[in-house]
Design a binder for this molecule. Structure first.
Ligand code: FES
Length: 79
């Protein structure tokens, strides 16, 4: 799932993850919107982009069309 929230670009990667009725959801720390971790769908009409992942020999592989950044968010983009 993209690290930035589809709503206003919040740090979804820092959101709390909770399970409800067998569904894992992440909650955005900025406005508390929820997103299904598997589908990216929100209780709102928003759709978060999700990616195919594979676990193999202790490594996590993410199927993505471009280079991924492992850098944390710059301090000026946090709220
Ligand atoms: S920025 Fe994520 S809910 Fe608003």
């Amino acid at each position: 799932m993209d690290a930035r929230c589809a709503h206003s670009g919040g740090p979804l990667c820092e959101g709390d993850i909770e399970e409800a009725d067998g569904v894992l959801q992440v909650f955005c720390p900025w406005h508390d919107y929820d997103f299904d971790l598997r589908t990216g769908k929100s209780g709102t009409s928003l759709q978060q982009k999700v990616y195919e992942v594979k676990l193999e020999d202790g490594n996590v592989y993410v199927k993505h069309g471009s280079c991924l950044s492992l850098q944390p968010f710059p301090a000026d983009q946090k709220s």
